[in-house]
Design a protein around this ligand. Structure first.
Ligand code: F0G
Length: 418
């Protein structure tokens, strides 16, 4: 994992052993002095760096803040978040044909998605740098999480959503938690362009995954998976399969593994293969991996039933592409039909997820069928959002209700006849 090597040397700008480093030109910046999302010099993505990296003994308590020793602040605006289940899915494990399959259900966070892990930290940092208005572009979940954590922190929030392309549960959350919702005539990538402009003009603090602090919170998904899996299985997973939109989680997991190796908590050979799955109608990361490109090419027209990952310009690609490659992982695209089938299969084991989440299972099935994933692998699939986020998609994937008369005899007759 030579790329994006972590440096341990503390620059003078560090505060409490924490600073920001540009992944392109290695320029360093103070972490909390100024509002900054990218490098002043070259506009490259920033990463949070630490003078000291913790190991397993440094962690105690539950949830995201169990891992405070690996984070840039010691507490957050919390609901609380993290400590999500790592489900067994025995029937899927048999049917897909891998040695072990566990599902890390991030839909069990307070607002129903993994975004809460980033927001508990991001909103705390926003308070620390002294801003009063928070903003994000979103396919839905980020806006729900930002609205809830903004409300919790007593801050004003602004969310930009692609009009008509956000699942009902997510809009309802953002609305009730008191965010101001701007429905943009354009797709997610247009929303992100606008919100970045607003942030650069000082109108609001940006809490998309371009914000390096948010990714630190999301890093705890990796810490939890490694700890839970090791405790229950006695090993670390060979592979982690996850849905990819902006590639924030992919970047966060890669950083998690680099830090664990650097601190000596795990060996380099313990690092799981990061395997990113996109919807076929929005797959610029898959395209870049297949062609060996250093960057993604922006897709102007994107479409998929998995609206959470309907994204054509993954801003974290420069962090995530090296992560997929360095860990020996890969990327694959799945159709909406494959996603819906996987959503039904997970629901059939009691695990309710939204369409984007099911992409991980759909992708694993596809890669196993193609022989890219071996039968002796131990795999964790990440499911990123809860079933109730997108009730319409769930109802379409499930069976229709059956009308019956309002008396027992009629109900019995119906049950016998059908
Ligand atoms: N799964 C779900 C349910 C999501 O909401 C998202 C991203 C992803 C996967 C992709 O994660 O960006 O880290 O690769 N949703 C963002 C949003 C874009 O606005 O809610 P990623």
């Amino acid at each position: 994992m030579a790329h994006l090597e972590l440096t341990a040397e503390e620059p003078p700008c560090a505060e409490d052993g924490v600073w920001l480093t540009c992944i392109e030109c290695s320029e360093t910046f103070a972490p909390f002095d100024d509002v900054r999302y990218t490098c002043d010099d070259c506009d490259g993505l920033l990463e949070v760096r630490y003078a000291d990296l913790p190991t397993w003994d440094d962690f105690e308590g539950d949830g995201v803040w169990r891992y405070d020793a690996a984070l840039p602040t010691r507490s957050g605006v919390s609901l609380p978040e993290g400590s999500t289940p790592l489900h067994d899915v025995d029937r899927l494990e048999d049917e897909i044909g891998v040695d072990r399959l566990r599902v890390k259900h991030e839909g069990m966070n307070p607002t129903g998605s993994f975004k809460d892990r980033g927001m508990t930290l991001g909103v705390r940092v926003a308070q620390r740098v002294g801003v009063d208005r928070l903003a994000c572009a979103s396919t839905g979940n980020t806006s729900a999480a930002l609205a809830a954590y903004g409300a919790r922190g007593g801050m004003e929030t602004l969310v930009l959503l692609p009009a008509g392309k956000v699942a009902a549960g997510k809009v309802a959350q953002a609305s009730l938690h008191g965010a101001r919702i701007l429905e943009v005539d354009g797709n997610f990538d247009t929303c992100l362009d606008i919100v970045q402009d607003l942030a650069m003009r000082g109108e609001a603090y940006l809490l998309n995954s371009l914000n390096p602090f948010r990714l630190e919170g999301q890093k705890t998904i990796g810490l939890e998976i490694m700890e839970q899996f090791h405790e229950e299985e006695g090993t670390y997973p060979d592979r982690i399969v996850l849905p990819v939109g902006n590639a924030g989680n992919t970047s966060a997991l890669y950083k998690c593994f680099r830090e664990l190796v650097k601190s000596g908590a795990i060996e380099e050979s313990d690092v799981p293969k990061l395997t990113g799955i996109q919807a076929a109608g929005a797959a610029p990361m898959v395209e870049a991996i297949e062609h060996g490109w250093e960057e993604t090419e922006r897709w102007e027209d994107v479409e998929t039933r998995a609206t959470a990952i309907r994204i054509g310009n993954p801003v974290n690609a420069p962090k995530a592409l090296p992560g997929i490659r360095a860990t020996g992982g890969t990327a694959a695209a799945v159709s909406d039909e494959e996603i819906t089938r996987a959503q039904r299969d997970l629901a059939g084991e009691g695990v309710g997820v939204e369409p984007a989440s099911a992409a991980s299972i759909a992708g694993l099935r596809k890669l196993r069928n193609e022989g890219v994933v071996d039968s002796d692998e131990e795999v964790v699939c990440l499911t990123t959002g809860h079933l109730l986020k997108d009730p319409e998609a769930a109802a379409e994937a499930g069976e229709d209700p059956e009308p019956v008369p309002g008396h027992t005899e009629g109900v019995l007759e119906h049950l016998e006849a059908n």
